[in-house]
Design a protein around this ligand. Sequence first.
Ligand SMILES: [Zn+2]
Length: 395
Amino acid sequence: MADGMARTTVLAGHLLDGTGAPPQADVAIQVAGGRIESIESAGASSMDRDSHVVDLRGWWVMPGLIDAHMHLWGLTPGEFVPADFETRLANARGQARALLRAGFTTVRDLGSPISPWIRDSNCTNPPAAPRILAAHVGLTGARGPWLIPQPSWWEARVVRGVASARDAVRRLHDEGVDVVKIGASTGPGAEGFGDIPTLTVGEIRAVCEAAHRVGLPVAAHAIGSEAVRRCVVGGVDTIEHGYGLSDDVCDLVAASDTWIVPTLRTRAVRASPEAKATAREQMDTLRRGATAGIRYAAGTDSVGDAFTLHGPGNALEVELMGRVLSPDAALAAGTREAARMLGIDGETGTVEVGKCADLIAVPEDPRQDLSVLQRVAFVMRDGKAARSTVRAAGH
Ligand SMILES: [Zn+2]
């Protein structure tokens, strides 16, 4: 091409492009201007002499992972006390980099005042963070989950009534959020499932109408049948956690345009009886919801504390989903389906011509063993390599 753009050729031993198509062996992926320009058989590829070559012939190449529910709170691991803003920002930058290096090329932060800062200073080469969709701070009702006195990294604004809900959305829009987060039920807490609704259908509808008018989706923290029912009727786009649901409410969600992000990791990694009971409830709802036909995306609810460090462990979510869903469906929940849910499937989520070159390499077929997602050796985001330990791994 006469455009003079630097071109990279990725040679993939196997390509699992994430569209649902069977894997292809020995593929050459041409990348230019951050996007995938062509995908062809390596033998047939006419390689540009000046092209930079990334040799992944011993590896499985697939789309970059998406964590559709996480929090960059900037905690100092082991210290569950909020530090000053500069320290949190530095911690969060390190955690964002760890996520990218673990294969997460996109994340959605559903509540942290730190993330917009990282999102907006995120154009370095090599890239230092995933693509970030940020909610900033959440909105909740007067009985919201965040109204118990909490350290200041759990920030939420209270809405009381329809006018207040609209004003709160306008303010968030002015502040540059990518998504509006609401807390529509209590919990989860040590006391149990925490399924008390905190917002009325009228308040939820007011938030959704105001947000949709300015092109913003709404994500709702909601646990239990009544809170989830109100969210679906009120028109939210995504339900976060979404467990403890009756079969009727599973059917209601399945018949709507609403997605669920089950957030399994945060409970699965804890050993307390409450966490184990919640984890069982989550798996039970996921099993019944999948049968009902609910659409799912993977999101961990990781916060970067000692239990949920940001990094390779975020990919545990896909493995946990794979205990209920098929391996293909679990992989899609962490890639293609998550991109669809976030409205960025024209940009990422699959390895296809025209999309951003968001690629990772894993040592084996992930459909045979989803735990290989925690052993990502190569990461490219927007055509720029963010990690390569391919040689060190001995291939
Ligand atoms: Zn969360």
